[in-house]
Design a protein. Structure first.
Length: 205
């Protein structure tokens, strides 16, 4: 048992976002046919190397669930930790339910949008929607406790980027990738903030 389990849980939440973004960035140049302007990162779960993104979803999600437990123990409120936990659980679910191949990825997939949606693909979309709404809601909930301008801006930009991705334009797809990276950076800053609070509390005892 670690000396400070709350700090360990918060550290899990802090490393989750950078880990997710780093693994996606490392895959982009090695996955044939993948284009971030046409394909969301979730499509990386398909193909021979799809296990990398599946593991990325699962590990990042579990780290965020642990981070949510740390936020609750550190006095991060009631709803905020729950929403972060839902986001983490949604990422784990995204590892189970893969997005359907689309628009030439992986190689051999017909160009353009799919003509049908599989049950697995539909479930992926549903769990992603729940996870994204939970994350955006967490940004607004934590605006009362942590960097209000940053929290609200992250929530607004994330929602706007997600909704714009439905247009299918290259600019919107790139914007969506960027706001996901922004939101992941926000989760890192949030958990790091509470790590600092815990360290200050310990130094006073």
């Amino acid at each position: 048992m670690p000396e400070n389990p709350t700090r360990a849980l918060l550290t899990c939440g802090a490393v989750a976002g950078p880990l997710y973004v780093a693994v996606v960035l490392l895959q982009m140049p090695i996955r044939d046919g993948f284009d971030i302007g046409r394909h969301p990162a979730s499509l990386l779960s398909n193909g021979d190397l799809g296990w990398i993104q599946i593991a990325n979803f699962a590990i990042t999600g579990l780290l965020l669930v642990a981070g949510a437990a740390g936020l609750r123990r550190a006095g991060g409120g009631a709803w905020g930790p729950r929403l972060i936990g839902v986001f983490g659980a949604g990422m784990v679910a995204a590892a189970v339910f893969r997005a359907d191949p689309v628009d030439g990825f992986p190689p051999g997939t017909p160009l353009g949008p799919p003509t049908t949606v599989s049950t697995q693909g539909l479930l992926h979309f549903l769990v992603a929607a729940v996870a994204f709404l939970a994350l955006a809601s967490a940004c607004f909930v934590y605006a009362r406790r942590f960097r209000p301008v940053l929290c609200r801006a992250t929530g607004v930009l994330f929602l706007a980027g997600w909704l714009s991705a439905f247009t299918g334009s290259r600019a919107a797809n790139i914007a969506f990738a960027l706001v996901i990276a922004l939101a992941m950076a926000w989760t890192m800053l949030l958990h790091t903030h509470y790590v600092g609070i815990r360290d200050e509390d310990r130094s006073l005892t």
